[in-house]
Design a protein around this ligand. Structure first.
Ligand SMILES: Cc1cc2nc3c(=O)[nH]c(=O)nc-3n(C[C@H](O)[C@H](O)[C@H](O)COP(=O)(O)O)c2cc1C
Length: 187
């Protein structure tokens, strides 16, 4: 698969079936993060790969109600980081940008391997910290749910979520977010 294929194939699917999680898979994903670019090569990303059955069960408590589908994930990649670990140049705070890039590398590699890797914001960072022992100075930036896509729709999905399983949600037109040579007001 080339990069553009992986970018096209990536979807935030929510109907998941189990996939076997191995140390080899985790190392493969971690290597993709390891070689990602970062400001001054600061590498501010930290990932907790949660895959033990007992820990996954505990983590069910962290999801918002709209994310009940996440209970079927075979692994949760908990993405954490802190501002002090990366460049701050006046108002430009880079750690979330660099961590986002490393996380996308993981997501695209997982896609290439035939997996779903779905980032979410709907969770309790407080509960996540408590369960996993994450120190307060770290922001819990996202959780990435990993599984295999099921062609059977998960019955816990809302109508809108079912729609999104069938068809990628609409995007802005390219002309609405791309500027050529200079900024112009677009209404
Ligand atoms: C930062 C972030 C937070 C998200 N949070 C949630 C979430 O809490 N629950 C959920 O079902 N999907 C979540 N999504 C997935 C988006 O809804 C999804 O990417 C978007 O609808 C576009 O669909 P697509 O990725 O399949 O193209 C999130 C995605 C991102 C990048």
């Amino acid at each position: 698969m080339d990069v553009k294929d992986a970018i096209r194939k990536r979807r935030a699917f929510r109907s998941l079936i189990p996939v076997n999680i191995t140390e080899e898979l985790i190392m493969d994903l971690a290597e993709c993060a390891q070689i990602t670019a970062s400001c001054f090569n600061n590498q501010p990303w930290r990932f907790i790969f949660v895959y033990e059955a007992a820990m996954l069960k505990k983590m069910r408590d962290v999801f918002s109600s709209g994310n009940a589908w996440a209970h079927k994930a075979s692994m949760i990649i908990v993405v954490i980081g802190k501002q002090e670990d990366d460049c701050v140049i006046h108002d430009r705070i880079y750690y979330r940008f660099d961590i986002g890039m490393a996380t996308e590398a993981i997501i695209l590699r997982a896609t290439e391997l035939g997996l779903v890797a779905h980032p979410i914001a709907g969770y309790s960072p407080k509960k996540t910290r408590e369960i996993l022992g994450i120190p307060n100075e770290y922001s819990v930036i996202t959780l990435v749910l990993v599984g295999k896509h099921s062609d059977k729709i998960d019955p816990v999905l809302s109508e809108k979520q079912v729609e999104a399983e069938k068809k990628r949600p609409e995007r802005m037109k390219i002309d609405d977010f791309v500027y050529m040579n200079r900024y112009i007001d677009k209404v």
